[in-house]
Design a protein around this ligand. Structure first.
Ligand code: P6P
Length: 324
């Protein structure tokens, strides 16, 4: 079935999204009447994405000998990607505050009206085995982060550095995918109105080490295997959740357990942006009990367990969980 998506191009409806062609990212943002300052920030991430994609091809993924605020070894690529994003955001002139997974604290850029939280290269340890990695970002119209929650984001997105470089984006008007065209050095809208169906037998179970301490997580795993779910876990939150949104089904989990009750993933720079994308695609994201987007940002480094994907799959997982 074909129908005109808008006055730019024909849209061909596929199972859970519309395929679009020849619409640039800037045309899409104008179509969505996105305010100019927010457009500048989104273009900054698009520009940073092309630079990071190039860097991934040519820069050694060696360690810097430094650790980030979470005590994780920093790769040269982590630091380089952070610098690329910072430079791009600074050049917009509208970003007042940033928080990066690679920086020990938030950084005041000036008095621009926007605050941007990001993980410049999530899953960077996968680069040296040539697996897909990503950039995650959440944008707020604010001069602070502490006290806000994920629902306060006005936009979020993630960039997947895989066989293609793609951007999943929401400005709270649904979710679209844009693909980077190296020849034209531009992002073109490739999919629009992405949505996640209620159920879907695909699972991305993180932190399986928790099964040593959590019988409920064992029971959930056994359920997925008994019901012959398809396993799709890469070790990268961005490609794994990107897959759930594009396939329109499935669940990604990363629980806490006794040694790390809040799990590993960061609320501000990872879970909030991904949760907004999934909810805008009609999915669900909780910590096993509460919506991720309702959780107050009490500290920049706050971690949270996360169950995210098809609504019924998340609710089914919650039924197995005696504690998040
Ligand atoms: P584990 C990558 O380091 C990351 O932050 C997420 O992208 C990913 O989902 C998770 O950690 C992987 O964690 O414990 O499986 O190595």
């Amino acid at each position: 079935m074909e129908f005109f998506l808008n006055d730019f191009s024909k849209g061909i409806f596929i199972e859970n999204y519309r395929f679009v062609s020849m619409v640039t990212l800037s045309e899409y943002l104008r179509q969505c009447a996105v305010e100019e300052g927010l457009q500048k920030i989104i273009f900054a991430f698009a520009s940073a994405a092309s630079e990071i994609a190039d860097a991934l091809q040519r820069v050694d993924a060696g360690f810097t000998g430094e650790k980030n605020v979470y005590g994780e070894e920093q790769l040269a690529l982590d630091v380089l990607s952070d610098r690329i994003v910072q430079k791009a955001l600074q050049s917009t002139g509208v970003v007042g505050l940033i928080a990066s997974e690679e920086l020990p604290d938030q950084v005041q850029f000036g008095n621009g009206p926007y605050a941007v939280a990001y993980d410049p290269l999530d899953g960077s340890s996968l680069v040296d085995v040539n697996l897909s990695v990503g950039t995650i970002f959440g944008i707020y119209k604010s001069d602070h982060f502490i006290g806000l929650c994920g629902d306060d984001q006005i936009a979020s997105g993630c960039i997947v550095y895989g066989p293609k470089t793609t951007l999943l984006l929401t400005v709270k008007a649904g979710v679209c995918e844009c693909a980077y065209d190296r020849k034209n050095k531009n992002f073109f809208l490739s999919k629009e109105r992405l949505f996640i169906k209620e159920t879907g037998k695909m699972f991305a179970p993180g932190n399986l080490r928790a099964t040593k301490f959590r019988e409920d997580y064992v029971e959930l795993m056994e359920y997925w295997m008994r019901e012959q779910y398809t396993l799709r876990y890469s070790g990268g939150m961005v490609p794994d959740i990107n897959q759930i949104i594009l396939k329109g089904k499935g669940i990604f989990t990363y629980p806490g357990y006794i040694e790390a009750p809040h799990g590993k993933l960061r609320l501000l720079v990872e879970c909030n942006p991904m949760a907004l994308l999934v909810e805008q695609a009609q999915g669900k994201a909780t910590d096993g009990v509460r919506r991720i987007l309702e959780k107050k940002i009490t500290e920049l480094t706050l971690r949270t367990p996360i169950y995210i994907g098809s609504k019924s799959e998340v609710e089914n997982a919650e039924n197995f969980l005696h504690s998040a």
